[in-house]
Design a protein around this ligand. Structure first.
Ligand SMILES: Cc1cc2nc3c(=O)[nH]c(=O)nc-3n(C[C@H](O)[C@H](O)[C@H](O)COP(=O)(O)OP(=O)(O)OC[C@H]3O[C@@H](n4cnc5c(N)ncnc54)[C@H](O)[C@@H]3O)c2cc1C
Length: 404
């Protein structure tokens, strides 16, 4: 056996279980993968260190929300997860309006024009995680190891062996790392991510609005970063303001009224006066390109496999598309074929390459284009937006990609 990380267990500790696949990391991506594989009839274990937290309810709203694409909402529905969400707390997005930093810079997308029922659904992170956890608890077969943390990974000819810090060891044909941006599995498998820091923080907070949002997601590319107001049910919106560290610190230090006034002014009063309803929080933003999604008996998915700027709201959507692909490759394997088979893993990696590269290139390019200050670049990017706005075919293509 080849040791892929420093083992903290004695090598002789007994293997307590064998599965076809072990998923490491039970966030949104890992939990959905474990469920999808279980439903495809595979024997699965899921390892997660954090005990489940109750989702926000009643008057409390989670300040982490996601714009889930229609394709991924359909996938979560097929898993039996979507129907566990309270429909009163899910907001369909009917349109999207994007503003540049000059008057002519404007771009709009509408679900109606694209022949879709909605462009996306805004869902609270905690509610989606809870729905996934409930589906896992109800399915009965899937083995949930929580709280449990990984301590060593060894890759063998016939299986991978994963040691946990509580002394248990699991063998599996395949280990999937869905353990987030700082993935332990990725490091243990010897895959190095190319990480660049944006020097920005994503400041999130929810507000009540004086004016109705009419299901519109609004986004401003401003000199001080990208401000997005995503619609929530009722007269509420969820903000993500991706901005330089110092500016983010200033925003996070403002009192409730001053923050609401600052956001209202930055959004040109589009939704009238705002009232803060959840305390703001900040998340560091970076780009991570992971050159390989697979290694012997290891695959990566979700933020462990790519980390993109949140300006397009695509991070977890990319992760769910990884899951859909990996689950379908494994479900379609030949009878008796090993889940860690190199050809299968290569098929998964090849299938995901283009979508991930497009999103990494697109979000990074847009972020850099709008962070650049020279007047000629500012003129170009704003007239570029206006030009795209006049090209219905291109707009349709962009929508179709984001809706997948
Ligand atoms: C401000 C902001 C706004 C965003 N908005 C959107 C949006 O609107 N739409 C969108 O698609 N994306 C959005 N994203 C991106 C999205 O948050 C991420 O892409 C998504 O959370 C990644 O999910 P994941 O399950 O891959 O990783 P994570 O959510 O990081 O989950 C990883 C899991 O692995 C567990 N773990 C860690 N280490 C170990 C270990 N050693 N062993 C076992 N388990 C471990 C963790 O406890 C955790 O549960 C946004 C991101 C930011 C910062």
């Amino acid at each position: 056996m080849k040791s892929a990380s420093r083992p903290s267990q004695p090598p002789s500790s007994p293997v307590t279980a064998r599965h076809e696949v072990v998923v490491v990391g039970g966030g949104l991506v890992g939990a959905s993968l474990a469920l999808a594989l279980d439903q495809a009839g595979l024997s699965v274990a899921l390892v997660e260190p954090r005990p489940a937290q109750p989702a926000a309810s009643g008057e409390a709203w989670d300040s982490r929300v996601y714009a889930i694409s229609p394709g991924n909402a359909g996938f979560l529905d097929r898993l039996g997860v979507w129907r566990r969400l309270d429909p009163q707390r899910v907001q369909p997005v009917a349109s999207m309006l994007i503003y540049g930093d000059r008057a002519q810079g404007r771009l709009s997308f509408s679900a109606y024009d694209a022949g879709l029922r909605e462009l996306a659904h805004i869902v609270e992170s905690g509610a989606l995680q809870q729905a996934l956890n409930e589906a896992i608890a109800d399915c009965g077969r899937l083995r949930l190891l929580c709280p449990a943390r990984t301590s060593a990974l060894e890759i063998g000819e016939r299986a991978a062996r994963l040691d946990l810090d509580d002394g248990r060891s699991i063998e599996a044909e395949l280990v999937v790392g869905t353990d987030g941006g700082d993935s332990w599995v990725r490091q243990a498998a010897g895959i190095t991510a190319q990480v660049s820091d944006y020097g920005q923080t994503g400041v999130v907070a929810n507000f009540e609005t004086a004016l109705p949002h009419r299901g519109a997601a609004l986004q401003w590319f401003r000199a001080d970063g990208v401000l997005a107001l995503l619609p929530l049910p009722g007269r509420r919106v969820s903000m993500v303001w991706s901005t330089a560290l110092e500016h983010a610190q200033l925003l996070l230090a403002l009192d409730a009224r001053a923050l609401a006034e600052t956001v209202s002014a930055a959004s040109a009063g589009a939704l009238g006066a705002l009232r803060l309803i959840t305390p703001p929080a900040g998340f560091p933003l970076r780009l991570a390109h992971v050159p390989r999604l697979v290694a012997p008996r290891v695959a990566l998915a979700g933020d462990a496999a790519h980390h993109v700027h949140p300006l397009a709201g695509q991070g977890v959507n990319l992760g769910f598309r990884d899951v859909r692909e990996l689950a379908s490759v494994l479900a379609a394997r030949a009878p008796g074929q090993d889940c860690g088979d190199r050809q299968l893993l290569r098929r998964y990696e090849r299938a995901r390459r283009e979508d991930i590269a497009t999103m990494e290139f697109g979000t990074d390019g847009l972020q850099k284009l709008f962070a650049a200050n020279p007047v000629w670049i500012s003129g170009m990017r704003n007239s570029g937006m206006a030009a795209v706005d006049r090209l219905p075919l291109l707009k349709n293509l962009l929508i179709r990609h984001a809706a997948a």
